[in-house]
Design a protein around this ligand. Structure first.
Ligand SMILES: [Zn+2]
Length: 56
């Protein structure tokens, strides 16, 4: 049996039809895998305190 690369990546995106829906946003500073915590008006990274405000 050949070794197929089938690495399981945490699902960040959900594909709906031909649309890709973003599920969680990862920290641009910490990189993939570190997700931003959702708040009502902002998102924060618990690791580096990165903060981004949501726009309505
Ligand atoms: Zn971070």
């Amino acid at each position: 049996m050949g070794r197929t690369k089938n690495v399981k990546v945490p699902t960040l995106y959900e594909v709906k039809g031909n649309k890709v829906v973003r599920k969680k946003e990862s920290c641009p500073k910490c990189g993939e895998g570190i997700f931003l915590a959702e708040h009502r008006d902002r998102k924060t990274c618990g690791k580096c305190s990165y903060m981004v405000f949501k726009k309505k």
